[in-house]
Design a protein around this ligand. Structure first.
Ligand code: DHB
Length: 510
């Protein structure tokens, strides 16, 4: 279906081109193409517009500096703009929530989902998703300076060329940070050493990538090419919701949990892969239909499942007590116990809040304590969302294959196992490496953020809990402060606990 669509689009493209030929003025066209606009990176405070919105019954006064192109030579100016929102009190020497102009954190949430382009999210009281205030407004109410960027995604095109494939999204997020540093004295407010990223799903992966790759030299040529400010791009802290990350290993982790499940229940957005407002079906019971995996998919599921222990063991991860986390050939061992413990903590917190968990068949409760988790029963209850391989599809049909695609939109593999077993073109190995935070954490030439808050809901089936767990452990093992938790009853979503997220930020910034 998708291939057919692409073929049709290609045909249409040819059609439009030939139809335009007779009246096409080559000289004018050449001029338009050559005189690419160069943007000034100096922040202009005169564009500020004062606005007021209501949040929890309180008037929030802020000044908006909107639609600023954040690189000198954008590949696509519409997708490389940001807006800055500053609580107006700071412009008048006032304070909010204990912060003054120069101490207020700079909160930089990204709106990326499905590896699609991320859009600027101006503050609003009527968000499409929450039917209430959005994250930008909530953060302003807390006294944060909010920077909301547009970011290139896998469908971004300029003159028919795809300009937003991997690693464009990380490059843009870094360019945003560099723009802010470049203008640290010109900005009316914000503590430049208190930049905090935030994102969900592909946006969570992006938040983790930004925070894990500070000043990594690999990104330099890409940043130069778009004319990013010549500044540092490390940040202070990252908020990461259900990150679709570690893509080159995520297929194995998925099968380690879900291999016993033959049926999969697709999320709505996967049926419409180009839906920009990708919000997966958070509750498995909302999925109306299921499909059964093919013989090929079942076969690859087993290969992936059996390959996961070697990957886990190669990481030398340790828990908080220093115990090595490993798996034997059957997929059992201390790493498995660690994952079970995460679900136990999740269930226990719900139990402690008075929730009735007697209907949950995959946990064992004794005297008010959750004492065990059955991961097989968990997989059956949570349900598989994706057929194997979950990410690097044999026919190159996933959002992630598209993300790793070429400038002319040919999708690519990114998992060695899949490519080895099924053939097809592989993405550039350097780009695959750049997209995975795991490759940067602990490196002497990289400035990883000091603090991470990682959340992955206990019934999220978009990626396996092992993936954010591995990220959290790797960070922790390299001395980073990590707050990692799997909230009970939560599926694939983010920003559902903003009060707690902001409490965490306040605890780090005050
Ligand atoms: C997203 C969800 C997925 O399941 C996936 O494979 C990629 C991205 C998302 O919601 O951003």
């Amino acid at each position: 279906m998708r291939k057919k669509f692409l073929a049709m689009a290609a045909m249409l493209g040819v059609g439009i081109f030939t139809a335009t030929l007779p009246t096409f003025n080559y000289c004018e066209a050449a001029e338009v193409q050559n005189v690419a606009q160069v943007y000034d990176l100096n922040f202009d405070s005169s564009i500020g517009v004062e606005k007021t919105l209501t949040y929890n019954g309180k008037e929030i006064h802020f000044t908006a500096y909107e639609n600023i192109v954040y690189v000198r030579n954008p590949k696509n100016a519409e997708s490389q703009k940001l807006s800055i929102y500053i609580p107006t009190a700071y412009l008048n020497g006032g304070m909010i929530n204990g912060y003054a102009a120069r101490t207020a954190p700079i909160f930089v949430p990204n709106g990326v989902g499905g590896y699609m382009p991320g859009e600027i999210k101006p503050p609003t009281e009527n968000d499409k998703m929450t039917h209430g205030a959005n994250t930008t407004l909530a953060a302003l109410a807390r006294g944060y300076v909010v920077v909301s960027p547009a970011i290139r995604g896998r469908t971004t095109t300029t003159n028919g060329e795809y300009v937003g494939k991997a690693p464009a999204l990380i490059v843009d997020y870094k360019a945003v940070v560099r723009y802010l540093r470049y203008n640290k004295n010109a900005l009316p407010a914000g503590h430049i050493d208190k930049i905090i990223s935030n994102g969900t799903s592909a946006g969570g992966a992006l938040s983790a990538a930004l925070a894990s790759t500070g000043n990594a030299p690999e990104f330099e040529p890409y940043l130069k090419e778009i004319g990013a400010a010549d500044e540092r791009d490390d940040i202070f802290a990252a908020s990461v919701y259900c990150p679709i990350t570690n893509l080159d290993n995520a297929d194995m982790a998925y099968e380690w949990i879900f291999s016993g499940e033959k049926n999969y229940y697709q999320a709505m957005w996967q049926m419409k892969p180009n839906n920009a407002t990708a919000d997966a079906a958070n509750n498995p019971t909302q999925s109306k239909t299921f499909q059964t995996m093919t013989t090929d998919e079942i076969a690859v599921s087993k290969i992936l499942r059996d390959s996961f222990p070697d990957y886990v063991n190669s990481l030398n991860l340790k828990d908080e007590t220093g115990k090595l986390l490993t798996l034997d050939k059957k997929g059992n061992g201390t790493f498995k116990n660690y994952i079970k413990q995460k679900y136990i903590e999740s269930a226990q917190s719900a139990l402690d809040k008075g929730e009735d968990l007697s209907g949950t068949n995959w946990i064992k409760i004794r005297n008010g304590k959750v004492v065990d988790v059955d991961l097989k029963k968990y997989a059956a209850a949570a349900t598989r969302q994706k057929a194997a391989p979950a990410f690097d599809k044999m026919d190159l049909s996933s959002a992630e294959n598209d993300e790793f695609g070429t400038e002319n939109n040919s999708p690519r593999h990114f998992s060695k196992i899949i490519q080895k077993n099924y053939g097809g073109a592989m993405a550039d190995s350097e780009i695959i490496k750049m997209m995975n935070p795991m490759n940067f954490i602990g490196r002497a030439d990289v400035d990883v953020a000091e603090h991470f808050r990682i959340r992955h809901g206990a019934i999220d089936r978009d990626t396996a809990l092992a993936i954010p767990a591995i990220l959290a452990l790797k960070l922790q093992n390299s001395g980073i402060d990590v707050d990692f938790f799997s909230p009970w009853g939560i599926g694939h979503k983010g920003d559902y606990d903003l009060d707690m997220l902001f409490d965490w930020i306040d605890s780090l910034c005050k």
